[in-house]
Design a protein around this ligand. Structure first.
Ligand code: SAM
Length: 228
């Protein structure tokens, strides 16, 4: 299969992404978990990397954070601006190339976007530089169990490009699978300390979702702190 650039892919998916049902599930799993981990964000400078249509950014703005959102897709940036109603600062940028002044942020939020990077260590190195002392990084990745479910004979031992179908958007997207150890390596080699590792599933109090949503996590959320 020929890979489209990420930018082209998300420009094409456009607004359908925010209406996607699996994204809606993450509003009850990933989003509340992240907000709980973020704690009090009032007057904190937060960078939302790969902000997509702005779901996380809006929740953070509602809690008083000063949010900067970046995304490689112009379409996503424009959706985020609309969704956040003129609050926050959003612009098109590639998180692998953009530069910010050192120590600009208290918190970096990166939800389901780092798996578009073939090389994690330089990305985490930049995150470290952009964070203030004791600043935190909260990022999420697709849970490897999803590949076990969706890709017969998946090889978990090596980094590789993988294609997954986004239900609801009716589109197949690619990303890089990195073995979990690579994420720990990228954190530890850049002097981050791990504070939380969460695999959220849907609460059984929320009825009517596919049965596996209650027992199979879609994502893993890492919370790490920059060591002084
Ligand atoms: C799966 S979506 C997640 C969107 C949002 N963070 C959320 O959780 O709803 C991935 C997003 O990452 C963006 N993205 C991928 N690679 C990127 C890069 N190198 N720089 C900036 N954004 C990127 C895509 O355009 C897309 O909006």
């Amino acid at each position: 299969m020929k890979s489209k650039s990420v930018e082209k892919l998300y420009d094409e998916i456009g607004r359908r992404y925010s209406e996607n049902k699996s994204v809606a599930i993450s509003d009850y799993t990933e989003l509340p978990t992240r907000l709980a981990l973020s704690g009090a964000v009032g007057r904190k400078d937060v960078l939302d990397v790969g902000c997509g249509p702005g779901r996380h950014a809006r929740a953070l703005l509602d809690r008083g954070a000063r949010v900067t959102g970046i995304d490689i897709s112009e379409e996503m940036v424009s959706a985020a601006k609309d969704y956040c109603g003129g609050r926050g600062r959003f612009f098109r940028a590639d998180f692998e190339r953009v530069s910010f002044r050192r120590a600009s942020f208290d918190l970096i939020n990166a939800s389901l976007c780092l798996m578009y990077s073939p090389n994690l260590k330089p990305v985490f190195k930049n995150f470290r530089a952009w964070l203030r002392p004791s600043g935190r990084l909260i990022f999420s990745i697709y849970h490897p169990v999803r590949f076990f479910q969706k890709v017969p004979g998946f090889d978990f031992s090596r980094r590789q490009k993988v294609w997954i179908h986004l239900q609801g958007c009716d589109v197949t997207v690619w990303n890089y699978y990195h073995p979990l150890g690579d994420y720990f390596d990228a954190l530890l080699s850049n002097c981050f300390e791990l504070r939380a590792f969460v695999e959220p599933v849907l609460s059984r109090r929320r009825r009517g979702w596919p049965p596996d949503s209650y027992r199979i996590p879609r994502s893993i959320i890492f919370e790490a702190r920059k060591k002084a």
